[in-house]
Design a protein around this ligand. Structure first.
Ligand code: ZN
Length: 132
């Protein structure tokens, strides 16, 4: 497995429009808002140079983003690393003894194939492996 770059930083927010305004005030351009029904989130991507910020608002009270905010407040929720092949990356990490939240990839925003590594094995950091 090879990590190609920091694909994006995922930030949990209570209200997408309020959060978008902050990044627009910073002079950044929003790429568009998308709803990912499977994950019960509304997502906005904001390109910054070679990487992006992903703002995530929960669309349900018991979604993972809602639970994260309840526990930690708003803020950085995950790091996403771009990989060439997410299935290979899952096998590789499992071989190394890491617990995966996703043993098989799911589809994230922008039709990316993604899989999360459990934060228990990564010093509390939720890491997303993403293939676009
Ligand atoms: Zn993400």
């Amino acid at each position: 497995m090879q990590v190609l770059k920091l694909d994006h930083l995922g930030i949990a927010v209570k209200n997408l429009e309020d959060a978008i305004k902050i990044y627009e005030d910073l002079g950044l351009k929003i790429q568009g808002v998308e709803e990912v029904k499977d994950q019960r989130v509304k997502v906005a991507f904001i390109p910054i140079g070679d990487t992006e910020i992903e703002l995530l608002e929960s669309t349900s009270e018991d979604g993972s983003i809602a639970k994260f905010i309840e526990k930690n407040g708003e803020g950085v929720q995950h790091l996403a690393f771009k990989v060439e092949n997410v299935e290979e990356a899952i096998s590789y990490m499992k071989e190394k003894g890491y617990r995966m939240i996703d043993e098989t990839p799911r589809y994230g925003a922008g039709k990316a194939k993604i899989a999360f590594i459990h934060p228990k094995g990564t010093k509390g950091v939720l890491i997303e492996l993403s293939q676009r």
